[in-house]
Design a protein around this ligand. Structure first.
Ligand SMILES: [Fe+2]
Length: 305
């Protein structure tokens, strides 16, 4: 493996900030998480009201994370005995199937954030087991195993009494989708992680400018109190990432950029930021010297020059 660039001391750290959102869901299992009204109020959660009665005071979520890829599958339902959707299928199926059985849930759809193998690995297994449609953005549905239902930007998907809204956020891939649950939570795929962001050199990537727009002008237009459920590792909130994520801070102009000469993918480049990635490695924001092209790339592809 190529050496990583920079020294530990130079790597931008995710700042220690107090989360404004709900407690993050940790671990890897089948537990359903039910938030109390006081927790929701404390987190500034927005309650939906119908006929003056408060409804939807909690949501149910199960998570399965792949032990090596660290990719998440998120199971979302509105209540035991109701409908459920699965966002991405890269996590082991066991915990998801157990949760479906335990809570007597009907899996109605698989929703794909994007086509990378660590997010779609079990698509066809879920089709065989549950006969459910597999939904993805039109730009990459041909790359999605079992993909049969196109979702457009803004299209809504009902999950029992819940509504998920598909949001097109290209950059990491051309048809990358986020899924927003009202004003409460957003599944961000490989675009925004806790403390990091997606790269712009993965298969079917578009450009840094798309990724920047998708994060800064699409995801961060959502209410900051929203919890984020990323495609890899732990959850966070938009508020926490707005204040603490090194890439977001750099793009807001809050922190100084570096200007170190490096090799990136074997080409001369300028290192603007190096920060911890979700997997314990680093991720770098670079500008290539010849083309002035900006990119977010794995630290393993960047060496000092
Ligand atoms: Fe990806």
């Amino acid at each position: 493996m190529a050496p990583r660039s920079g020294s530990g001391a130079q790597i931008a750290q995710t700042r220690q900030c107090t989360s404004l959102g709900l407690p993050p869901i940790g671990g890897n299992g089948t537990s359903f998480y039910k938030y109390s009204k006081s927790q929701l109020r404390k987190a500034g959660e927005i309650f939906r009201k119908a006929s003056e009665a408060v409804i939807l005071t909690y949501m149910l979520v199960a998570r399965s994370m792949h032990p090596t890829w660290l990719s998440n599958s998120w199971l979302l339902a509105d209540r035991p005995g109701g409908e459920a959707v699965l966002i991405d299928t890269g996590g082991p199926m066991g915990p998801i199937e157990q949760a479906l059985g335990e809570h007597k849930l009907q899996l109605t759809r698989v929703l794909c954030t994007h086509h990378h193998y660590d997010h779609v690995d079990h698509n066809e297994d879920y089709i065989r087991a549950y006969g459910c449609p597999v939904c993805a953005h039109a730009a990459e549905i041909a790359l999605i195993p079992g993909g049969d239902t196109k979702l457009a930007d803004g299209e809504e998907v009902a999950v029992g009494s819940l509504t998920l809204r598909a949001i097109h956020i290209p950059g990491h891939t051309s048809g990358q989708l986020a899924f927003a649950l009202d004003d409460r939570a957003v599944f961000t795929g490989d675009t925004l992680f806790r403390g990091s962001v997606g790269g712009t050199r993965a298969p079917d990537h578009t450009h840094f400018e798309d990724l920047h727009h998708s994060i800064m002008e699409v995801l961060f237009e959502l209410p900051k109190e929203m919890t984020i459920y990323p495609g890899h590792m732990e959850s966070s909130t938009l508020a926490t990432e707005w204040e603490c994520n090194p890439f977001v801070r750099a793009w807001r102009g809050l922190d100084d950029r570096r200007h170190d000469p490096v090799w990136a993918f074997g080409e001369p480049a300028e290192l603007l930021l190096e920060a911890r990635d979700y997997d314990g490695g680093t991720k770098c924001w670079v500008r290539f010297e010849e083309s002035s092209r900006l990119d977010v790339v794995p630290g393993s592809r960047v060496q000092p020059r």
